[in-house]
Design a protein around this ligand. Structure first.
Ligand code: EPU
Length: 332
């Protein structure tokens, strides 16, 4: 257990904040020994989806449970069991090396494996739920290891049981993923196809991964260079009656239909229309290439980034009548 530790290097916004107490855990038994946790506690993975608006006056438990194992194999698939503390992208790289398909579209997403199911990470037409089998998590009230299957996790768009009913209840120790030995490629997302064609490499999980890495590095700031948490807001899901009215006014607005009644709109486009892209106030700003990404140019305070986010939220609400919901966890 350490005291008054800086969190600057432990989260991707790179803010100058501290935690009162810090400990890392590498095994299930170490987690169980810490129970009961103090009321003010935070389970930390890669820190890629959180905004600290001030110092954290509690205990940070850093999940460093490692290990990637093959647990089942049949003709067409493998089942792997991965420690929650593994780095997501290193898992993707490992899978590509083994020839296991399924994660290539999710290349370069910052963060840890244990955090991936919490918000059902997704990119370029694939979500974690598409390869998810089950997970093991320690129930922080009982100390028991529980298994949660696909249904129990109640995955949705950037959503799961861990953001709702089970919020704060568990520490995710192991994630089981079902991957394919015979790749079926998902290149439906426009930009992937263009990049693949331009690179003239044959279609493979490696070439898809390279294309995704190329697109991400062009559009999204590298957290090692400019602090950020990826998309700050979720893309809003809106009734089609509302979408139709907006489309009349804004014919070029991107719309992604979901079933018959609703559609997803591009929060980045809405924010961009209001001229926020490239905006900067002090060291808090809106990324120059992607209006959905808020950035810390060096010494911004979390409270300044949150104030900027709220200004953006209010302006989108005023112009389009849509309330953007943060994707990032705000620690107020
Ligand atoms: N757009 C603009 N201006 C902008 C940003 C976007 O006009 O400043 C337009 C784009 O031209 C495009 C549309 O908005 O027509 C959507 O943009 P993009 O394809 O860049 O994706 P996104 O909706 O902004 C989502 C995810 C990303 C994920 C990409 C690719 C969310 C909240 N974000 O972004 O995920 O990488 O799609 O699949 O769902 C993350 O969650 O942190 C994240 C980076």
């Amino acid at each position: 257990m350490e005291e008054n530790i800086s969190l600057k290097e432990l989260h991707t916004f790179g803010l100058n904040v501290q935690t009162a107490q810090y400990t890392l855990v590498e095994t299930e038994a170490q987690v169980q020994k810490l129970l009961p946790l103090p009321a003010a506690h935070l389970i930390l993975g890669g820190g890629s989806n959180m905004l600290f608006t001030k110092d954290f006056e509690g205990l940070v438990v850093h999940n460093k449970i490692r290990g990637i194992e093959l647990v089942e194999e049949d003709e067409k698939t493998v089942l792997i069991r991965v420690g929650g503390g593994e780095v997501w992208h290193l898992l993707v790289v490992w899978c590509i090396e083994q020839g296991y398909a399924g994660l290539e579209n999710l290349s370069l997403i910052p963060g840890s494996v244990g955090a991936a199911p919490i918000q059902n990470i997704g990119a370029y037409g694939v979500e974690l739920k598409d390869v998810f089998d089950r997970l093991e998590a320690i129930n922080l009230s009982t100390g028991k290891v529980e298994t949660l299957n696909f249904e129990a996790c109640a995955f949705g768009y950037r959503d799961s049981i861990f953001k709702r009913k089970a919020k704060g209840k568990y520490l995710i120790t192991r994630v089981f993923l079902r991957l394919s030995k015979e790749a079926t490629f998902n290149i439906s997302y426009g930009a992937i196809q263009q990049v693949l064609e331009a690179s003239q490499t044959p279609l493979s999980i490696r070439s898809i991964s390279n294309a995704v890495i190329k697109i991400r590095t062009q559009k999204l700031p590298d957290p090692k260079k400019i602090g950020n948490s990826g998309s700050f807001f979720k893309n809003p899901i809106v009734e089609n009656t509302v979408v139709a009215l907006l489309q009349k006014k804004y014919p070029s607005m991107p719309v992604y239909p979901i079933g018959n009644d609703k559609s997803k709109l591009a929060a980045g486009w809405l924010i961009d229309q209001l001229g926020w892209k490239g905006y900067r106030k002090g060291d808090a700003g809106v990324h120059e290439q992607q209006a959905l990404v808020l950035v810390n140019y060096g010494n911004a305070k979390g409270s300044e980034i949150w104030a900027l986010a709220q200004e953006i939220q209010a302006s989108v609400q005023e112009k389009f009548g849509i309330l953007l919901e943060p994707e990032v966890n705000i620690l107020a």
